[in-house]
Design a binder for this molecule. Sequence first.
Ligand SMILES: [Zn+2]
Length: 263
Amino acid sequence: MPPVPVGIPSDTATAGGIHLALIEIEKHYDAVLEPVRRAAGSHVQTTPVAPVPLSALILDTRSKCRATLAKWVRFVIDGRDLHTEHLSLFDVPGMVEMLIRHVDWLGLEDEGSKALEQLKMSAHDLTKIAVPERRDWMKLGPCPIVFEIQATEDGQDFTVPVPCMGTVRAYAGCDPYCDYCLTEGVVQWWERQMFGDQDPLKAITAPELVLAIHREYGRLYSEITIRTWENRGAITSVGKNAAGRNLYNRVAVLLWVAGKAAS
Ligand SMILES: [Zn+2]
């Protein structure tokens, strides 16, 4: 049985879990209408007016949540013979409040664990939309460090080269480091370790940058946007290729995009 969540005065772990899920549902049910503005760290003022159009995912998640709440409200009303409760099954705060009042009873019912599972799932789905996870780092590539491990076989000592399994992560505002061996270094040093000295600038064209940014962040910017960044002086080209196309330093631009995303 999971431990009783801290701060929720409920009789059992199941009741405590249901109580927590209900609080999450109440917190995020309306917040999903403005997922971006309400993302963690966002300083944008929110408004109670929902922007249109809302995605089918948001409407569907809210409707599923309402149905789940209604199901357990009906269960409590039938089980405790509370037919005097006047409660609309569209009134989400009302249903949450009613279920919290009866959470200890619900937690002790045989169906309690099913209620916990379904309400937790609903809370999770809403939270995922209302507070989307934001990655504030970018992947420079697999860690190029090779360790030498001492080994002995048949009385012979020798060393075995073992490549690090980590990923080098770059954060805005500090030097990139490996998430496994924790080696830290400036970008240029990592580039030399990864690519050697043959092409230290790793200059690529705008279409290649579009692909690189999409690969790293899953965001699609057009070549026009990249040129706009350059015109505004946010990024600079480092020369031209044989076809006369502007070339950019891949790592420098990706780092700039990472900083933009984190700010
Ligand atoms: Zn490493």
